[in-house]
Design a protein around this ligand. Structure first.
Ligand SMILES: Nc1ncnc2c1ncn2[C@@H]1O[C@H](COP(=O)(O)OP(=O)(O)OP(=O)(O)O)[C@@H](O)[C@H]1O
Ligand SMILES: [Mg+2]
Length: 218
């Protein structure tokens, strides 16, 4: 479902983020990407999301070579991919509810179905009481949960999660990890970048460990 074939990425011709990286992720798999700060984890997720292109090598996602995606095809390509950015990237002039509504309207969902989907995911993440708040009225952890809700609300085939537990306490982290486990059990492919190197073993999942843009384990 996701294939990286000898992928390298250099930003602005001088900052090397990935160096000859190859791996595959099967449909329904749960893969962790671990490694220290600056290792290249976010770069891998951004390439899968077609937000960055590789400098060398080939990336195939759902049978599509991402280098061949045209600008006007990007939103269609991303329809089945939910992403949780490390820095959230919420719409700061819209409420929690409106942030989620925006995603569903963009995929042409209508009225009642939008409402139902949003209510369901907000309830699941314990955010119902904040649905009319703006992001600036939320704590960092709550904003992170909104980012997670926004990625999950459209029931994507692939979830890319970049440090999704970076801003929340231990108890809430466990809850979030359980949600990812559950959606993975229902068939969603999950790729999660994290500094928490103990997580893959704890969850008994495969991991790629990268250091300075190279896979050193996995
Ligand atoms: N837009 C950019 N321009 C220049 N260099 C960049 C850019 N984005 C990332 N880099 C560089 O690429 C390398 C990998 O960055 P990346 O964000 O992928 O690391 P990371 O593993 O996600 O780190 P962290 O754990 O801190 O989030 C870093 O050295 C970073 O400085
Ligand atoms: Mg990162």
């Amino acid at each position: 479902m996701i294939e990286f074939d000898n992928v390298s990425k250099t930003y602005q011709n001088k900052w090397t983020a990935l160096n000859n990286v190859s791996f595959t992720v099967e449909r329904g798999e749960f893969l962790f990407i671990t490694g220290p700060t600056g290792a290249g984890k976010t770069t891998i997720l951004k390439i899968i999301y077609a937000e960055e292109l590789p400098t060398a090598g080939k990336v195939i996602v759902n049978n599509k070579n991402i280098a061949t995606i045209k600008k006007k095809e990007i939103s269609l390509y991303r329809r089945n991919i939910g992403i949780i950015f490390q820095d959230f990237k919420l719409l700061y002039d819209r409420t929690v509810y409106e942030n989620l509504e925006f995603v569903l309207k963009a995929i042409n969902m209508k009225g009642n179905e939008i409402r139902e989907k949003i209510m369901r995911i907000l309830t699941r993440l314990g955010l119902m009481h904040k649905k009319d708040c703006y992001p600036y009225q939320l704590s960092g952890g709550e904003q992170q949960k909104v980012a997670i809700a926004r990625a999950l609300v459209k029931d994507p085939e692939i979830i890319l999660a970049d440090e999704p537990t970076g801003n929340i306490d231990e108890e809430a982290s466990k809850e979030i990890i359980n949600i990812f486990k559950e959606i993975n059990l229902m068939g969603t492919t999950v790729v999660m970048a994290t500094h928490h190197s103990e997580l893959p073993q704890l969850l008994k999942k495969r991991r790629l460990h990268i250091v300075q843009g190279k896979i050193v384990d996995g």
